[in-house]
Design a binder for this molecule. Structure first.
Ligand SMILES: *[C@@H]1O[C@H](CO)[C@@H](O)[C@H](O)[C@H]1NC(C)=O
Ligand SMILES: *[C@@H]1O[C@H](CO)[C@@H](O)[C@H](O)[C@H]1NC(C)=O
Ligand SMILES: *[C@@H]1O[C@H](CO)[C@@H](O)[C@H](O)[C@H]1NC(C)=O
Length: 337
């Protein structure tokens, strides 16, 4: 028979144990390891160069990373020491814009941040501006990627729960620039200029060098005062626009002035991600059906498909290209496409 005092001792021990367990769970620190075995977060395997390999096969591309090596961002030495001739004018090349580009490259930067370069496998998400992000609660999932690429003036402030808050890179052109870039970006966000025309280089030059602003030559008034650190500015290599147009959309490189079709910033961002990243996920891509005339197309503003008319973007053709990439698994989608 166990004596009463033994029972008491056992009860005391049990109590101490319960308190210890409770303590270790309630405080996520040094006692944690004693009792808690974390289940490793289920992450998709990330194979180096996988996204690019698949996309290259699909579109008959030469992998971007094989020679002749194409830098992601334009760099001064390619225009200063060795004059690399470009076959096309903007937006597919830099032919004829070399002088202004030289001045812009002298005051901006071209490096890919060490924090991205050093990653063994780069997991990226391209956040489109589509209305499907509304009420998606994808914010936390988006923030977990190594690289978050955003487009144009898509806001973050006030939409964090659905679109996240981290912005590694933002692709934009003067007419689509956030008027207050500090509010919608992180201090270290790379602001990646996508130049469609020579005026776009002039715009960034007048802003950064505080020269007399030019107001003509834009289809919408871009910011005249734009507070950014020039070291955060990058100029996207027009090569990506060429690939997106030529390989993904089969657009003719030389088009009559009146037609001028071009890829959207979204498709361009996917093209860039296929090159920069090993795993490419997309969210907020896709437009409403053509008959759905009242549906807004963006998560943050009330404009409909009608506003796309005359933009030079063929939305249905882009959807086709993205579908094909999804089908072969070169990219994956987080929202219904
Ligand atoms: C999002 O959720 C809010 C509140 O539940 C609702 O009022 C709104 O209609 C939803 N918006 C969309 C686009 O589903
Ligand atoms: C857009 O692309 C679709 C599908 O490729 C094609 O049928 C249509 O003619 C294109 N529209 C224009 C305006 O070029
Ligand atoms: C995209 O993702 C959603 C949700 O995960 C899924 O339901 C849908 O089938 C996917 N669409 C495509 C085209 O893969």
């Amino acid at each position: 028979m166990i004596s009463k005092s033994r029972w008491k001792l056992l009860a005391m021990l049990a109590l101490v144990l319960v308190v210890m367990v409770w303590y270790s769970i309630s405080r996520e620190d040094r006692y944690m390891e004693l009792f808690y075995f974390p289940i490793p977060e289920k992450r998709e395997p990330c194979l180096q160069g996988e996204a690019e390999r698949k996309a290259s096969k699909l579109f008959g591309l030469i992998p971007f990373s094989s020679p002749p090596y194409q830098p992601i961002f334009l760099q001064l030495k390619d225009y200063f020491w060795v004059k690399t001739p470009s076959a096309y004018e903007l937006p597919y090349g830099t032919k004829g814009s070399e002088d202004v580009l030289l001045r812009v490259l002298a005051i901006t930067s071209h490096s890919v941040p060490e924090s991205i370069q050093s990653l063994k496998c780069r997991r990226c998400v391209v956040v489109g501006n589509g209305h499907r992000l509304r009420n998606s609660s994808l914010g936390d999932a988006i923030n977990k990627y190594d690289v978050v690429i955003r487009l144009n003036n898509a806001p973050v402030a006030g939409y964090e729960g659905d679109v996240g808050s981290k912005t590694t890179m933002r692709l934009f052109y003067p007419e689509s620039a956030n008027f207050d870039p500090k509010v919608e970006n992180d201090p270290d966000t790379l602001l990646v200029l996508v130049a469609f025309k020579a005026m776009d280089f002039h715009w960034i030059e007048t802003i950064l060098s505080d020269k007399k602003r030019v107001r003509k030559g834009f289809w919408k008034q871009p910011p005249l005062i734009w507070e950014v650190n020039p070291k955060q500015i990058r100029i996207l290599n027009p090569f990506f626009m060429e690939i997106a147009a030529d390989k993904l959309l089969s657009l003719p490189m030389q088009q009559p002035r009146k037609i001028k079709q071009k890829p959207t910033t979204g498709l361009l961002a996917i093209t860039l991600a296929l090159h920069l990243c090993d795993l490419v996920h997309i969210a907020g891509f896709g437009y409403p059906d053509a008959h759905n005339k009242k549906q807004t197309i963006h998560y943050y503003e009330h404009i409909t498909l009608k506003s796309m008319a005359g933009s030079g973007h063929n939305v249905s053709q882009e959807a086709l290209a993205i579908r094909r990439m999804l089908e072969i698994g070169a990219i994956k989608n987080l929202t219904c496409f």
